[in-house]
Ligand binder design. Structure first.
Ligand code: ZN
Length: 358
């Protein structure tokens, strides 16, 4: 059993000091805290007094032993419209990537993820019902070609057309069009945010294609690789297969790769919204992980799979036959498959995450 803290990522969509209670104040946007071995943000190891040892989790465990990446995430504004590649796409594209070209794929792995809301959380995820997307786009002037693509062509056609049509005037009309299409006020507000923050980002015009969802604390959305999404706002816990492969379509200052994104999309795949609450086992169909966010009480976690116990609020301890550790907020106990059974005691809010792949 090892003790770690998160590696901070200061992306511009983060909330100023949004993760400070789990790390430290920087006076800057804080977007993500990473708990894992991914080279993009390996987690520092701590000693029994929660002081950094100078080593990282990856110094002590093989990458294969740590199949999951866990993040705390604080979004002040919408993240890019993105898609993550499935396993075969990631492996093929990573192998094809040349050293003298810009990096699109950071690793050869699939990125399948789940977001569990820690406070009210808004997201675009998956495709909106086609009729609704058409009604929305019909309320925006000059989008007839895109409507036609949705009626008779493919989603890929519609994406390409909308990126061509994404002028500032059309983007500015998103909230009014949402209202005309009779979408609820919270969605009109979300589109106002998009238009306000990304007034000349052509990818903003893709958001009418995406389904909107709002999660209460404890609820989750599972986003398999191949499903488009853009997290809009909120603080959450994110669990994913250990990969950082993100292909973007818009709402970003980072490069957009339309062909790669379209190749990574799986049009028939849907996100799974799990209307769970704290204490429930969150186990999406076909997911490589299970999660339980425990308020108080005990939970035994068995040997044989990768496990990570992250303290979000209050106090917790993890005990096994050969180790015992108490957690501070923002620290996590990490156990690989060979570590023995362990008992988690929680008094506050603790996330227990286990790999389902052996
Ligand atoms: Zn994502």
């Amino acid at each position: 059993m090892l003790l770690v803290r998160g590696a901070v990522k200061a992306y511009d969509w983060g909330l100023v000091d949004g993760l400070a209670r789990w790390s430290e104040s920087t006076g800057e946007p804080q977007a993500e805290l990473w708990f894992g071995v991914h080279p993009g943000g390996p987690s520092p190891l701590l000693d029994g007094n929660w002081r950094p040892t100078g080593e990282h989790l990856g110094d002590r465990f093989d990458v294969e032993a740590i199949p999951l990446l866990v993040k705390l995430l604080a979004a002040a504004k919408p993240l890019s419209v993105q898609v993550h590649p499935r396993r075969h796409v990631a492996a093929d594209q990573y192998a094809l990537q040349r050293e003298d070209e810009p990096v699109i794929y950071t690793d050869p792995f699939e990125k399948t993820e789940m977001l569990i809301a820690l406070e009210d959380f808004e997201a675009f995820a998956g495709w909106r019902a086609v009729d609704q997307s058409i009604a929305f786009l019909e309320a925006i002037e000059g989008t007839l070609l895109a409507v036609r693509s949705l009626r008779t062509g493919t989603l890929a056609d519609a994406i390409r057309v909308l990126l061509e049509l994404g002028t500032p005037e059309r983007i500015a009309s998103l909230p009014e069009a949402a209202r005309v299409a009779s979408l609820p006020d919270e969605q009109v507000a979300a589109y106002a945010t998009v238009a306000d923050l990304y007034p000349d980002d052509a990818g903003a015009l893709l958001t009418p294609l995406l389904d909107y969802l709002r999660l209460a604390p404890g609820e989750a959305v599972y986003v398999p690789a191949g499903v488009p999404h853009s997290y809009i706002r909120g603080t959450g816990l994110e669990v994913m297969s250990s990969s950082d492969n993100v292909v973007r379509l818009g709402l970003t200052s980072k490069p957009v790769h339309v062909d790669h994104a379209i190749a990574a999309l799986v049009p028939d795949l849907r996100p799974q919204v799990l209307r769970t609450s704290h204490g429930d086992l969150i186990w999406p169909i076909d997911s490589p992980f299970v999660v339980r966010v425990l308020r108080a009480g005990e939970e035994k976690i068995l040997s044989g799979s990768y496990r990570i116990v992250l303290l979000i609020e209050g106090a917790a301890s993890v005990e096994s036959v050969n180790a015992e550790t108490s957690l501070r907020e923002g620290t996590a106990a990490v156990m690989d498959a060979r570590d023995p059974d362990a008992l988690v005691r929680a008094d506050g809010l603790v996330a227990i995450i286990q790999s389902t792949e052996r």
